[in-house]
Design a protein around this ligand. Structure first.
Ligand SMILES: NC(=O)c1ccc[n+]([C@@H]2O[C@H](COP(=O)([O-])OP(=O)(O)OC[C@H]3O[C@@H](n4cnc5c(N)ncnc54)[C@H](O)[C@@H]3O)[C@@H](O)[C@H]2O)c1
Ligand SMILES: [Fe+2]
Length: 391
């Protein structure tokens, strides 16, 4: 199939198409960046896609430096070291390059580099973002290399607070990248397990946003088409990483998930965040594990909506048909069925449920989360017993 190419200006300027990473230097100039710091994670820094991005910048006469002291599930010290590199290199903007880890860290470095208050003053609570000096936020060009988080079109970064082992969301409207390059070729080298896990993150964003009870029809519309793209294309991308058509649709779906989840998320993310912070599991894969349990748990509240969704997706059998489709998708893409498959046991259940109910995403769940209910959900995911999650 022909891999789509397009320029979009929603929710920010997006240059979409295979091979478009070659526009990186031009994108920087458009964003007003003349001396970028390219931020990525340590694993990606060694891969040819990163070397190529750096070479493209040099060839275009744009002197850039690489900062890659970023771990998966990035922590505060990654941001601090990055800020020091940004300042000492006298950079004027960031290229956020990578999966959610590289993208989030890059965005938060650009946001924080010229602020005077500490990072945690900008957690996504109430109007805390207004504490920032908006004029001092450095511009960002983002280029995703996974198709999952959609952080390239988001106004937040997720950073783990090391002292409390908690994932915190840092938010500011001006954290939205000025220019995004969505080049599906960048995702072609992703191993199947990361392809599957990141794809489940995109699905979790669309599904939880769709099910969240708040009123946001625009986000719902985006979420349903995002889910259609994922059900059709994730198995293809996992089976053949070089299927650029499937990679392109997954890249769109990831951005759509992030555009949709301003409507809300829910229990999948509320449970996945503490598990990821305590066990350093991959975020999207963890979401994929929790997904069927949370669906069953929420059934009473979402059944009518899921019935409507299945009509659009062409899935027979209403809610049960949808649940089966999710279980089949997980099986086909190799996502574990229970938490044991992620190396997570039940020994820290109390800490996890306490963290889950105060996670900022918990409030979007269609059935209010309590400690007892979260424990029930977590226990079902430990046992691998989907039916046991029923509220
Ligand atoms: N900002 C947001 O809105 C948002 C939303 C969801 C998740 N997140 C956060 O994003 C992070 C997860 O991001 P992720 O799922 O994209 O994973 P990731 O960025 O942690 O990357 C996972 C692994 O894949 C590797 N990788 C990335 N691209 C690759 C490629 N093209 N080829 C080969 N290897 C590649 C990385 O080096 C890393 O080892 C978590 O910290 C999560 O909390 C943020
Ligand atoms: Fe997520």
């Amino acid at each position: 199939m022909r891999v789509p190419t397009a320029n979009w200006s929603y929710p920010t300027a997006i240059r979409f198409g295979a091979g478009r990473i070659k526009e990186l230097a031009d994108a920087c100039r458009t964003a007003g960046i003349t001396h970028p710091l390219l931020v990525t994670d340590a694993g990606l820094a060694k891969l040819p896609i990163t070397t190529r991005a750096m070479t493209l910048l040099t060839e275009a006469g744009l002197p850039a430096a690489l900062f890659a002291d970023v771990q998966s599930n990035p922590v505060e010290s990654n941001v601090e070291t990055g800020i020091a590199a940004f300042r000492s290199g006298e950079h004027d903007g960031v290229i956020a390059f990578g999966g959610g880890s590289g993208l989030d860290t890059g965005k938060v470095i650009a946001f924080m580099a010229r602020q005077t208050r500490p990072l945690w003053d900008f957690e996504d609570i109430g109007d805390w973002w207004t504490r920032a000096d908006a004029d001092k936020i450095a511009p960002v060009v983002a280029a995703p290399t996974t198709a999952g988080t959609g952080s390239e079109v988001g106004r937040a970064g997720v950073i783990t607070q090391e002292t409390t082992h908690t994932k915190k969301v840092i938010f500011h409207p001006k954290m939205m990248p000025r220019v995004v390059i969505c080049d599906p070729e960048l995702t072609a080298g992703m191993p199947p397990a990361i392809t599957a896990g990141t794809g489940m993150d995109a699905l979790a964003h669309c599904l939880e946003a769709y099910c969240a009870p708040s009123y946001h029809p625009m986000a719902e519309g985006i979420a349903v088409e995002g889910m259609r793209l994922i059900f059709t294309n994730l198995p293809k991308a996992v089976a053949n990483g070089n299927d650029l058509g499937a990679r392109a649709h997954m890249m769109s779906a990831a951005a759509m998930g992030a555009a949709a989840f301003q409507k809300g998320l829910g229990a999948i993310h509320a449970l996945s965040h503490p598990v990821g912070a305590l066990y350093n599991t991959h975020h999207g894969t963890t979401n994929g594990v929790f997904m069927p349990y949370v669906l069953v748990f929420n059934r009473q509240a979402i059944e009518a909506k899921i019935n409507r969704l299945t009509g659009f997706l062409g899935i027979a059998g209403g809610f049960d048909g949808f649940l089966k489709a999710v279980l089949d998708l997980r099986k086909k893409t190799g996502v574990p069925h229970d938490l044991g498959g992620l190396g997570v046991d039940g020994s820290r259940v109390e800490t996890i449920v306490e963290m889950a109910i105060v996670d900022p995403t918990a409030g979007g769940n269609p059935v209010p989360l309590t400690k007892e209910r979260s424990r029930k959900l977590f226990d079902a995911a430990i046992k691998g017993d989907v039916a046991a999650a029923a509220a």
